[in-house]
Design a binder for this molecule. Structure first.
Ligand code: K1U
Ligand code: ZN
Length: 169
């Protein structure tokens, strides 16, 4: 297992669009193990492969208090979104120490492959729906700060560049 370095906004590599996984093999299973270790260590509740500079459609999520309920989504697609929308306070391991509100569909149905390459569907609401949409945005090259005003985004980018120069992140 290995801890993978997490890219920080405004790193342009965060805007890379991830490619579908052609085959769920041992390399992908190793990537998932490393991503899970990285997410637990951060700590976070989700992580997309894009954030560790791997541009394949892989997401890990664990919302459990005990940190023992890992959920893996390979080649995820949202096949239904609710009309109803809800605002949630979001954070991001690629935007450390910033949290802000984002409006998204309150429920989604996602189709994906599991670690055995088998297709499954999940109906998600609450934080799970938010987290799936946030992580799927990463796979499309979108960071949650892009939902905020350009002024907020510029301030965040400038603060993170300073922190990065100072070696704080
Ligand atoms: O994608 C990421 O960077 C992970 C991100 C997921 C997320 C959080 C909140 C709303 C939407 C998506 C995080 O995990 S940020 C850290 C965080 O929320 C957290 C960390 C420790 C304990 C509980 C939450
Ligand atoms: Zn994120």
């Amino acid at each position: 297992m290995a801890l993978l370095p997490i890219l920080h906004y405004p790193d342009p590599r965060l805007h890379t669009v991830a490619k579908p996984v052609a085959q769920v093999n041992d390399d992908i299973r190793q990537l998932v193990k490393d991503m899970a270790e990285t997410m637990y260590d951060a700590p976070g509740i989700g992580l997309a492969a894009t954030q560790v500079n791997v541009h394949q459609q892989v997401i890990v999520i664990d919302l459990s208090d005990e940190r023992d309920q890992l959920q893996v989504f390979i080649n995820p697609e949202i096949i239904w979104s609710s009309e109803e929308k809800k605002v949630w306070q979001e954070g991001c391991l690629s935007v450390p120490d910033f949290y802000d509100e984002v409006l998204r569909p309150s429920e989604v149905k996602v189709r994906a492959l599991n670690l055995e390459g088998k297709q499954f569907e999940l109906h998600a609401d609450g934080l799970m729906a938010v987290c799936i949409q946030h992580e799927m945005d990463h796979l499309k090259g979108k960071v949650f700060v892009e939902y905020l005003s350009s002024l907020k985004r510029m301030r965040i980018a400038s603060k993170l560049k300073k922190k990065s120069k100072a070696g704080v992140i």
